[in-house]
Each structure stands twice: as structure tokens, then as C-alpha cells.
Write a protein that binds this ligand. Structure first.
Ligand code: HEM
Length: 399
């Protein structure tokens, strides 16, 4: 394989079309070119595919800076934890993590999440057939998140449209920038009013959070909210979609999990390994270094493929198989090191509530014959469609 290729050379199609299966390419790269120079809008840099190399870059945050995330996402959403290093990162992370930690997820949140899940299922439960992505997984996590932020529920559709445009900034930068601007304008009065009169929601908590006598500025809160909206919109929905795809393809395992809900944790962890929603993260080496024998000048942009690392046969036996008995402790679905996903607890909680509601309400859920399904994507991976069938049932509540 040549030393410099474009994304199209590697995966075929074009840069905005979803990639059906990057894994066969990753299998080849791990062996032949574990550090590969890549060109193509948004994806310039050195693609790293071996588990050991990806972990090294995630964990050694003195050498590998997260400022590379500025070019990927920071230039659109503003400066946030995701592109910070060292003490600045520690401080911002301390300000935000209490609001996403397990204790913040207790109280009435589980009940509110369940209600959102059941209300969505009520819309299609009588039909006997649905595209689970459109009817449920796509909309559930952001609805939960709008609730956590304390935004009016009627604003949900608009916030979701902006969130979608933000996540597609790589293929449509103009729409992404517009959405970032509009979200900023939308949050301005919300932030102002929560500064004057806190209401206990997450925006109120963020504007009043204090460390060493310092508070986040309005701009910092706005940028962070943009990051959270993306995280709320594009990631957990794929975790639910990917896990349901795996379960529906393994009906015997689905029955086991229905009967023993403790298996939901291994379902989520193995899905995060097998088809993680977030596949690529960016770093930049601040000093010259060598990875897999390849010399990198200081300031090289690295694309760490956590998707490829999660299927590295040096770490995971039969990596393409989705297997609940596997030890997933080395999986990198939420990253590793100081930038480990701050929302992982929320993502697990949401995915658990979503799947339990589906199991409880749709007892004979199965893939639709001749239906559309299949996980796609490069930076983010999830199903575009998940056509399912089930015995129609009456709605539980009025819609
Ligand atoms: C299944 C769902 C999710 C997946 C797979 C996921 C994955 C990731 C990954 C891989 C990173 C590391 C990025 C890096 O190292 O550069 C990350 C960071 C982050 N995630 Fe998530 N995420 C998910 C859900 C969420 C949710 C629901 C939230 C919050 C609402 C969230 C908030 C964050 C934040 C704030 C960071 C930055 C942490 C830091 O830089 O210190 N994530 N996520």
C-alpha cells in the first residue's frame, strides 16, 4: 500500500457517503501500514490502527495533545474540554463532571427517561412494524438531554435539527457553522436567565459552578452546551441502534437478555467494542516521536482509530464476532486517559432505559423480513434504518 492515500482510495464511495465496512481495510492497515498518511477534507493526518499505538497516544497526554480537536470540531463549537490539555483541562473537567456523574443521574431522572421512552413507543406500538431508528433511537437521547438541560420540550425539534447540522460539519461546513451560531443565539437568553434565577437544571448548575473562585464565562458555557448537544445527539443513539442490531441478529441472546437484564451491561460494552458509535479521535504530537517504527515530526495530526483498535486481533480473539462472554476491559469505545468520555454514565443509563422499554413493550420484536438494517459510517457508526416487526399492542397512554 502506498504511503499517502485519500479517504476515497481507502474506503471507496465519496467523503460524505456512509462507509458500510471499514474493518477489512483496518485489518490490512494494522499489518501493512499501521501509520498511514491520509488526505481528504477533514481527515488529513496519520491514521493509527493498532490497539497498542492508539492506547499510547490516548494515555501519554504530555506528548499527544488534544489541541488537534480544534480543527476537527472546536472551530465550529468553540473552545471546550475536548481540545484542552494539562491544568486547563483538569479545571474545566472538574467543573463539568459533577453534572454528568452517577449521583447527578439519580433523583427523578430515571423516571423521566422511562416516560420519554414509553411515550415514543406509544406512537408506533399499535402498528406492528417500525423503523426503530426513525421512530425511537434517533430521537430518544436528545429528548432526554433537552430535559436535563432544562429546555422547553417544544424546542426539541429545532435543537435536534441544529445538532444534526453540527455533526455534519465535515461534509457541510456552512450548515454546521450556521447551526453553531443559531444554537449560540438560542442559548444566550437561557444562560442569562439562569444566571439571574437558577432553576436547578444543568444550565443553571453550569453557569454557577465555581472552582478556585472562577466560573465559566457565557461563551465557555455556550461552547460546552454545543459539545453536549452533539454528544447527546450523535453518540448514544448509535449505541442503542448498534446494540439492538446485534441483539436482533442473535435472537437467542435477545431472549436471554430479556430474561436477565444484568446482561445489559455486557451487551453495551461488547457493542462499544464491536461497533462503537465514535470511531475516530484526533491528537497532535508536541515533540518528534516514533509510532510503529514510523517517525513523526512535531505537530503531526493523528487520527486515532478506536474502531480499528477495538478489532485488533492482538488484543481481542475473533474480533469481528459480537460475543457477550468476552472480556471487554481493553475496549476503547469511550476513549481512555484524561479525556475518557465524561458522559459515559449518562450514555449507559439512557441505553439501558431505552432497551428495557423496548423489551417490555415489544415482546416478540424481530428484524422485519426484507427490511432495511446495517451499521454504516466512518467517524461515527450506527444504523441508518432498523426495520422491525412485532405483534401490535394497544397504546399505554394517550399520545
Ligand atoms: C455511547 C455514547 C458515547 C460515546 C461512544 C462517546 C465517546 C466518547 C469518546 C471516544 C470521547 C473521547 C474523545 C477524545 O479522547 O478526544 C468522549 C469524550 C467526551 N464525551 Fe462522550 N461519548 C458518548 C456519549 C456522551 C454523552 C451522552 C455525553 C454528554 C452528554 C458525552 C460527553 C463527552 C464529553 C464532555 C467528552 C470530552 C471529555 C474530555 O475531553 O475530557 N459523551 N466521548
Amino acid at each position: 500500500m502506498s504511503d499517502t492515500v485519500t479517504l476515497i482510495d481507502l474506503f471507496g464511495g465519496n467523503e460524505s457517503a456512509p462507509v458500510p465496512d471499514p474493518y477489512s481495510v483496518y485489518d490490512r492497515l494494522r499489518v501493512e501500514s499501521p501509520v498511514l498518511k491520509l488526505w481528504g477534507t477533514g481527515y488529513e493526518g496519520f491514521l493509527i490502527t493498532r490497539h497498542a499505538d492508539v492506547v499510547k497516544a490516548l494515555v501519554d497526554d504530555d506528548l499527544f495533545s488534544s489541541k488537534a480537536n480544534h480543527a476537527g470540531i472546536g472551530f465550529v463549537i468553540g473552545r471546550t474540554v475536548i481540545e484542552m490539555d494539562g491544568r486547563e483541562h483538569t479545571k474545566h473537567r472538574q467543573l463539568i463532571t459533577p453534572y454528568l456523574a452517577p449521583r447527578a443521574l439519580r433523583g427523578d431522572l430515571p423516571g423521566r427517561m422511562e416516560k420519554i421512552a414509553h411515550d415514543l413507543i406509544d406512537r408506533f406500538v399499535h402498528e406492528g412494524r417500525a423503523d426503530l431508528v426513525e421512530a425511537f433511537t434517533f430521537t430518544f437521547p436528545l429528548r432526554v438531554f433537552v430535559t436535563i438541560l432544562g429546555l422547553p420540550v417544544e424546542d426539541y425539534d429545532q435543537v435536534h435539527r441544529w445538532a444534526i447540522d453540527l455533526t455534519r460539519v465535515g461534509s457541510d461546513p456552512v450548515a454546521g457553522m450556521k447551526a453553531a451560531h443559531k444554537l449560540g443565539k438560542y442559548f444566550e437568553p437561557v444562560i442569562e436567565s439562569r444566571r439571574r434565577e437558577p432553576t436547578g437544571d444543568m444550565v443553571s448548575q453550569l453557569v454557577h459552578a465555581e472552582i478556585d473562585g472562577e466560573r465559566l464565562t457565557n461563551d465557555e458555557v455556550t461552547s460546552f452546551l454545543r459539545l453536549l448537544v452533539i454528544a447527546g445527539a450523535e453518540t448514544t443513539y448509535h449505541l442503542i441502534g448498534n446494540a439492538m442490531t446485534a441483539l436482533l441478529r442473535h435472537p437467542d441472546v435477545l431472549d436471554e437478555v430479556r430474561a436477565n437484564r444484568e446482561l445489559l451491561q455486557p451487551v453495551m460494552d461488547e457493542t462499544l467494542r464491536w461497533e462503537g458509535p465514535v470511531q475516530l479521535v484526533w491528537r497532535e504530537n508536541v515533540r518528534p516521536t516514533t509510532i510503529a517504527g514510523y517517525e513523526l515530526e512535531a505537530g503531526s495530526r493523528l487520527l486515532l482509530s478506536i474502531g480499528a483498535a477495538n478489532r485488533d486481533p492482538a488484543v481481542f480473539d475473533r474480533p469481528a464476532a459480537w460475543d457477550l462472554r468476552r472480556d471487554t476491559s481493553a475496549m476503547l469505545g469511550f476513549g481512555q486517559g484524561r479525556h475518557f468520555c465524561a458522559g459515559s454514565r449518562l450514555a449507559y443509563a439512557e441505553a439501558r432505559v431505552a432497551m428495557e422499554a423496548l423489551f417490555d413493550r415489544l415482546p416478540d420484536l424481530r428484524l422485519a423480513r426484507d427490511g432495511r438494517s446495517g451499521i454504516v459510517g466512518l467517524a461515527f457508526r450506527g444504523p441508518e434504518y432498523l426495520d422491525v416487526e412485532f405483534t401490535p399492542a394497544p397504546r399505554a397512554v394517550a399520545v
